[in-house]
Design a protein around this ligand. Structure first.
Ligand code: DGY
Length: 346
């Protein structure tokens, strides 16, 4: 009798202790339950973690409701984090951490005004994104998806001398719009294909980096007129928004292949579609579109000279796992008032 009482008392005590510990732990809201578990496990060691329940973007209303009273937000590029979300969170919110290198979905100025730190995941995805960019470029210029379809629909009648020919990278002129970490890695991967020229367009000279891949800095218009391939690898900013518009496509060579693994917003998609339809340019490979997912009735999807992928630039398993952990570690550091692994400074 006495022993049973003691056991019950001990259980109650341990329950109270764990409740007290939980209530003193910071509260984190995670908008994507489908991020790699290793990141969530890191958070759960010292935080109360609430996650949206579906492997799809959290509805706005749900986010506005769930963010209330949280100390940190773990989000993705599918979430718009603006003043309304921050207002809803309350003054205790210390950190917004995105599992992406791009952070145009976060109103960083608004966060800074409120002393909220912003974390992101650069570097770790550079190689994966450069690799995918090359894969997309090769799939587009060598018409892999078109050719593959022919195998299955009976279009492959015989080996044919000029059938399914594409435009090789060898002796070509490749223009990189953006020459940051990802642009440089793309250039390094293009070099072995023996292009005649690699050019790049950036605000800062980046001479040292350019020397490594023998790239030449040119201005935007020069790149448009010179290139057999244009590869977009810049961030989406007010300056780059729809910079690839009708006027830009007009200046490109008719054999130009346009590759975008950066952000759909950099392109006026209607103008791109018109340039492709009218054969103003030869083809396009897009890992990013506006909107995402691209609607099934979008005219771009009807064109043979276009390859569209579902925003999988960084989708290599180890990369995505590490992105999940970095996003978590950024939160833990911010909550501890320490230096974050990767913080957005504006
Ligand atoms: C990013 O991180 O911004 C990519 O677009 C997705 O990984």
């Amino acid at each position: 009798m006495y022993k049973t009482g003691l056991i019950q008392h001990a259980k109650r005590l341990s329950h109270l202790v764990s409740e007290a510990r939980m209530s003193s732990q910071p509260n984190v809201y995670v908008t994507r339950p489908d991020v790699d578990i290793s990141g969530l496990e890191l958070l759960r060691k010292s935080c109360n973690v609430t996650t949206w329940s579906k492997a799809l973007p959290v509805p706005r209303e749900e986010l506005l409701r769930e963010i209330k009273g949280k100390d940190a937000l773990y989000c993705a590029l599918t979430d718009k984090i603006d003043a309304a979300v921050l207002d809803s969170a309350g003054d205790q919110l210390k950190c917004v951490s995105t599992i992406s290198v791009g952070y145009e979905h976060i109103d960083v100025q608004e966060c800074k005004k409120r002393g909220i730190r912003v974390g992101y995941t650069p570097d770790v995805l550079t190689d994966a994104t450069a690799e995918l960019t090359l894969a997309l470029l090769l799939a587009t210029n060598r018409r892999l998806f078109e050719a593959n379809k022919e195998v299955y629909n009976g279009g492959w009648k015989s080996w044919s001398p000029m059938w399914m020919c594409g435009q090789g990278l060898k002796n070509s002129r490749v223009g990189l719009y953006g020459f940051g970490r990802i642009g440089q890695e793309i250039a390094a991967r293009i070099v072995p294909f023996k292009p005649a020229l690699i050019t790049y367009t950036t605000r800062t000279a980046r001479r040292e980096e350019a020397t490594k891949v023998n790239a030449q800095r040119v201005d935007f218009n020069e790149m448009l007129g010179l290139s057999d391939f244009i590869v977009v690898c810049c961030a989406l900013t007010p300056e780059t928004k729809e910079i690839f518009n009708a006027a830009a496509f007009e200046k490109m060579k008719p054999n130009c292949i346009f590759i975008n693994t950066a952000r759909g917003g950099v392109v006026d998609q209607k103008a791109l579609c018109e340039a492709l339809e009218s054969k103003r340019i030869l083809g396009a490979g897009l890992d990013v579109t506006t909107p995402e997912p691209i609607p099934l009735d979008d005219p771009l999807l009807k064109l043979d000279n276009v390859v569209v992928l579902p925003h999988i630039g960084s989708a290599d398993i180890e990369t995505r796992k590490e992105m999940s952990r970095i996003a978590a570690r950024n939160i833990l550091a911010a909550l501890d008032g320490c230096e974050m692994e990767s913080e957005v400074f504006v």
